[in-house]
Every structure is written in structure tokens, then in C-alpha cells.
Design a protein around this ligand. Structure first.
Ligand SMILES: [Zn+2]
Length: 198
């Protein structure tokens, strides 16, 4: 897999475009859909799917523009998070476009290009995308460099987050972790230094 990560929107979400040949998958297109579309065109990539780590507004709002440009593109998400689409608690002002329910929603666990690890806690339907052949984990807002996701939003649970982190710590130390926000890290570094995991 080739990989390109950009920061999008006021909350600086890490949006990652993964590609193999001309096929691409977009993880967390939070805001700036047009910029993501331009990047796909520049790299001659045809999107095969949108992978959401969870359905918080800052991670999903580029979805509408992508589906307008590529109407058949499926959206993969943990099903318990689908209640958040269009929910008033999940609606923010400013530069974020309004959040409707995307078309063509699929359960993330249908994906065959990666392993989907269910990681509830930050949200009920949160998932992490693990690419064993690439030693790569897209951890959304479950695991950050030196920190973990908040559990005080609706549907959050610290007990579930702790269980989820335990599952992530079963991955190899040299797994590169791209969180939903902030710098990249590795499973080994978090195992050694993350105060929420020690
Ligand atoms: Zn979030």
C-alpha cells in the first residue's frame, strides 16, 4: 500500500489515502472534500471506499463531497455509529458542512483489504483499521501518541476504551500508528510510554 496523510479541517484530522496501483481507499475524510478529490485526481487514483474510524463530525464531513463526485463509492463504518449521522449532538458550525447520512453504508467488518478491530469507548461503533502486511494501524480517536480518546461524549465509555486499548496492545511493537489527530507513533512506543496504557 502507498500512503498519503494530510490534515484536514479546523480540528486537524489525519485523513489518510491508501492506494494500490490506481485503486484508493480514503480513511476519515473529515472536511475539505474538494482538496481530497484534487489529490486523488493529481495521483490518478480511483477511490474504492471511504473508511470511517468513527462517525464524529470532524472525521466524516468530507464524505458528502466525495460521494457527490463518486456516487457509487461505499462508506464503511462501525454500525453502532450510524445513529450519529445527522444527530444534532454531532453537528458543528463553522466551515464544516452539514452532516447528512451518507449513501451506500456498509458495516466496516465487510472490508477485505484490512483487518477491522472493533474499538468502542470513544464512540460505540469505533473501529481501527489494521494492515498487517504494511505494519500499519489507523487508530482513529481510540489511541493517540501519548494519550487516548475522550470518553465523555454521548455513547462514550472508559471501561470499553480500556478493553479496546488492551486489544490494540496485542499488535506487534513495530506497528506504525496513525491516530485520528496529532503525530504518528507505534504500538511499542505507546506500550512503553503512554500513561493510560502503563
Ligand atoms: Zn472523535
Amino acid at each position: 500500500m502507498e500512503r498519503l496523510t494530510i490534515q484536514v479541517g479546523g480540528y486537524a484530522v489525519n485523513c489518510t489515502i491508501l492506494s494500490q496501483g490506481s485503486k484508493a481507499w480514503i480513511v476519515d475524510p473529515g472536511s475539505e472534500g474538494e482538496r481530497i478529490i484534487a489529490l486523488l485526481a493529481k495521483n490518478s487514483l480511483e477511490p474504492q471506499g471511504i473508511l470511517l474510524t468513527h462517525a464524529h463530525f470532524d472525521h466524516i464531513t468530507g464524505t458528502a463531497a466525495l460521494q457527490k463526485r463518486f456516487p457509487s463509492i461505499p462508506v464503511y463504518v462501525g454500525m453502532p455509529d450510524t445513529v450519529m449521522f445527522g444527530h444534532p449532538f454531532n453537528q458543528m458550525p463553522g466551515e464544516y458542512p452539514s452532516i447528512g447520512t451518507p449513501a451506500n453504508i456498509h458495516d466496516a467488518s465487510e472490508l477485505t483489504i484490512c483487518e477491522v478491530i472493533k474499538t468502542p469507548g470513544h464512540t460505540p461503533g469505533g473501529v481501527c483499521y489494521y494492515f498487517p502486511g504494511d505494519n500499519l494501524l489507523l487508530s482513529g480517536d481510540t489511541l493517540f501518541a501519548g494519550s487516548v480518546g475522550r470518553t465523555d461524549f454521548p455513547g462514550g465509555s472508559m471501561a470499553e476504551l480500556v478493553d479496546s486499548l488492551r486489544r490494540l496492545m496485542e499488535l506487534p511493537d513495530d506497528t506504525l500508528v496513525i491516530p485520528g489527530h496529532g503525530g504518528f507513533t507505534s504500538i511499542g512506543a505507546e506500550r512503553r510510554t503512554n500513561p493510560y496504557i502503563a
